[in-house]
Ligand binder design. Structure first.
Ligand code: HEC
Ligand code: HEC
Length: 269
């Protein structure tokens, strides 16, 4: 007892108490503050999932099943990921209307906030590719020349050399890539919609995807990329061959007619 009261009166006692109190509040803050922030994120996330679930029940469940398990009218969405939803709904392909060879792009009927909620709900059903952040598809640090090379080896067989699109078999087609949002280009590569193969990071790295997007942006925004002359739709050997036939043969026939006319005239005189 005596010992303690002696310590209490010690000149440093007040300081020790103060330090202890500070350590306590610091510790309490550390224990509670980040937890409540994480908790806030979690509630926001589960709210988005709830909202998404409601939107899904109204607009998508009839074809994709009440829990996203799929029906005879639409595939399972378990594990397709947020990126697939953001692409499909963000380009107006989903909700699909009538069956056909290929589901076309339409007017987008959901706001981006609603698309994010739908994506959050589908992502909660099973892990899949996430929506890319802007730095992944932005132009910083992209190599356009490399992108062109990658595009010609991986994409041009369907989308044409400058991304102008082309027909495939059975009424299917690879659309033009002009005016496609860079985010949607990235997501198309991640998820491979309909008859397009997917290009996961193991096939085309994040940097490769960035390069391809920068290349497409360059060929579609800049007319000077065309080497000059009449463009002929950039369709390659077919249209250029046709051009040679129509104009080349036309010129030869014109020459033949002219020569014949000259000789006929020469004979008469
Ligand atoms: C009329 C039926 C129908 C409706 C309604 C519909 N879908 Fe689809 N959905 C389909 C079909 C069919 C496909 C498969 C297209 C294909 O790959 O050929 C598909 C594909 C998808 C895919 C791509 C799956 C993948 O493997 O990448 C996503 C994502 C998707 N739908 C989301 C939605 C969402 C979200 C909604 C509601 C806003 C919706 N769909 C409404 C029929 C429908
Ligand atoms: C085997 C043919 C094929 C190859 C190879 C291919 N695509 Fe596609 N691509 C398609 C088809 C078919 C569609 C239409 C799918 C749909 O409407 O759901 C498409 C759609 C797209 C879209 C969506 C366009 C839009 O209007 O919303 C983008 C972007 C795209 N492809 C980019 C690429 C890129 C980049 C590559 C190369 C890394 C590539 N594709 C390789 C066939 C192909």
């Amino acid at each position: 007892m005596k010992k303690l009261s002696a310590r209490r009166r010690h000149p440093l006692a007040a300081l020790v108490v103060l330090l202890l109190a500070l350590a306590c509040t610091g510790g309490l803050y550390a224990a509670f503050a980040p937890a409540s922030k994480a908790q806030a994120d979690e509630t926001a996330q589960s709210l988005a999932i709830d909202e998404g679930k409601k939107l899904y029940a109204v607009g998508c469940a009839s074809c994709h099943g009440t829990g996203g398990q799929g029906t005879s009218d639409g595939p399972s969405l378990v594990g397709v990921g947020a990126a697939a939803v953001d692409f499909q709904v963000g380009t107006g392909r989903m909700p699909a209307q009538q069956p056909g060879a290929q589901i076309p792009k339409k007017k987008v009927i959901y706001s981006q906030a609603e698309i994010d909620q739908l994506a959050a709900y589908i992502a909660s059903l099973g892990a899949g590719p996430a929506v890319p952040s802007e730095e992944k598809y932005g132009p910083e640090g992209a190599d356009i020349a490399k992108g062109g090379e990658l595009f010609r080896t991986n994409c041009a067989q369907c989308h044409n050399f400058t991304g102008k699109g082309g027909a495939l078999t059975h009424g299917k087609y690879a659309p033009s890539l002009e005016d496609v949002d860079p985010k949607h280009i990235y997501e198309a590569m991640q998820t491979g919609p309909q008859n397009m193969p997917s290009f996961p990071d193991t096939t085309l790295s994040e940097q490769n995807k960035k390069d391809i997007i920068a290349y497409l942006d360059a060929v579609n925004s800049d007319d000077t990329v065309s080497p000059g002359g009449l463009e002929l739709g950039g369709l390659g050997p077919v249209s250029e061959g046709l051009f040679a036939w129509v104009f080349g043969l036309g010129a030869l026939i014109a020459v033949a007619v002219w020569v014949a006319a000259r000789t006929a005239k020469a004979r008469k005189s």
